[in-house]
Design a protein around this ligand. Structure first.
Ligand SMILES: [Zn+2]
Length: 420
């Protein structure tokens, strides 16, 4: 995977995750938020029927507010759904409901229509006190593919795992004869012939790996497995395409080859892939720690310092912790051109906005300050990083290094191209 592709991946995932987190945080006053998942191939009329029935059932709800809110939410969903002639090819997800706003007793109907990044299989209508985003979150974890190669002395199996979808691409037999027990001249000749057969088998395995895996989109890695030592011999013998060689992320012992063995690997796969990303993240942060530890002047950290380095175009790698809960808020005066930016925890935004009301503008003294423009700080830095041509990496706190980035360096750090 190329560097820029990698960069897009960690950022893309972060963005989708953030959008889902925002939705997941929203809470209704009661059981009044509607989530609708429509898989591809379903008839719009059929879903409208279901919604009509749900609307009717909701008439039995005792509380006036809840009943009205649920029925309003269902109506909104129906309206949105009618805008589609047919269900999009990857399906459709709609969330709708009354979300309590700042002031007491004030609510606003909010409706969100999402087209999933991958085809959804879930068919769901639910009315709850929250939006059910978990099926999309699951999808987020499933966007990567990897290749599985299993081999032993008798056969080899090639499979591709795309998200949860498993595809056995090819099974071949080795043509390698079993080992001969007897000794002597003929045994040595037999052994030489057998070795030649093994190499011929490795060569064929290598060719199938190229044919099957080279064109696979988002191929995160290749896992080589099988019972016995043949998998190690194969890797040592070097029959892999040069572009695929660095993709081999793990070797796994399995009891079987064939479909059974593939299943064994699939069970271990999520853990393996998580480890792969952990190793990437560790390396990225260790590179930063090296510069800090050796006092080379080629690293910096903290919001203000990194912001300055980005403005100068000095950042090579920008490291952002995916747990940063800060917003970048623009305070503006409606009466003059006064404006400033502030960083604060997203939980403090509401009270900050309320606190601004009636405050005099530092420039014209008019009580016209407001703060309605805001941007997630990771988004802001990612944008600045892209503009400055830096490699942007959004990293988790699932490693010791990731924890350190967050706790000791404020979650924002940079490796520099030159000393400042
Ligand atoms: Zn002003």
């Amino acid at each position: 995977m190329s560097k820029s592709r990698q960069k897009r991946t960690s950022l893309e995932r972060f963005r989708l995750k953030k959008a889902l987190d925002t939705l997941a945080r929203k809470e209704g006053r009661g059981t009044e938020l509607v989530s609708l998942y429509v898989p591809p191939g379903k008839q719009i009329s059929e879903i409208l029927n279901t919604l009509r029935q749900e609307h009717g059932t909701a008439a039995n709800i005792k509380s006036d507010t809840t009943r009205n809110n649920v029925q309003d939410a269902i109506t909104k969903v129906q309206q949105r759904l009618k805008l589609f002639k047919k269900v999009p090819e990857k399906g459709l997800v709609i969330f709708s409901g009354a979300i309590p706003q700042n002031g007491p007793g004030s609510e606003r109907m909010e409706t969100y229509v999402l087209t999933p990044p991958e085809p959804i299989s879930v068919n769901l209508y639910r009315c709850d006190s929250r939006f059910h985003t978990e099926y999309l979150e699951e999808m987020l974890r499933e966007r990567e593919s990897f290749g599985i190669v299993l081999l032993d002395s008798s056969d080899a199996t090639f499979a591709i795992l795309r998200g949860r979808h498993l595809d056995i691409a090819k099974e071949i037999t080795s043509g390698v004869p079993g080992k001969m027990r007897a000794g002597g001249q003929s045994a040595r000749r037999f052994e030489r012939q057998r070795e030649a057969k093994v190499l011929e088998f490795f060569n064929r395995v290598g060719e199938y790996i190229t044919e099957i895996f080279l064109g696979v989109e988002n191929l995160k890695g290749i896992i080589v497995g099988g019972p016995g030592p043949m998998k190690y011999d194969f890797l040592k013998a070097d029959y892999l395409h040069y572009q695929l060689k660095p993709k081999v992320v793990s070797t796994v012992d399995t009891a079987y080859t064939g479909k059974q063995g593939v299943k064994e690997v699939v069970e271990k796969a999520p853990e393996i892939m998580r480890q792969v990303r952990f190793v990437e993240e560790k390396k990225l942060i260790q590179a930063f720690l090296y510069e800090i530890g050796h006092d080379t002047g080629l690293a910096t950290y903290g919001e203000e310092e990194v912001r300055r380095a980005l403005k100068m175009g000095a950042v090579r790698t920008l490291l952002l912790s995916d747990t940063l809960d800060f917003e970048r808020i623009t305070v503006k005066c409606e009466a003059c051109d006064y404006h400033r930016k502030e960083t604060m925890n997203y939980k403090k935004v509401n009270s900050f906005q309320q606190g601004l009301m009636g405050q005099p503008c530092p420039k014209c003294k008019s009580p016209s300050l407001s703060a309605n423009e805001m941007e997630d700080i990771v988004e802001e830095f990612a944008r600045l990083g892209e503009q400055a041509n830096a490699d942007v990496e959004v990293v988790s706190i699932d490693t010791e290094e990731g924890q350190m980035l967050k706790n000791a360096f404020g979650g924002i750090a940079a490796v520099l191209r030159y000393q400042l």
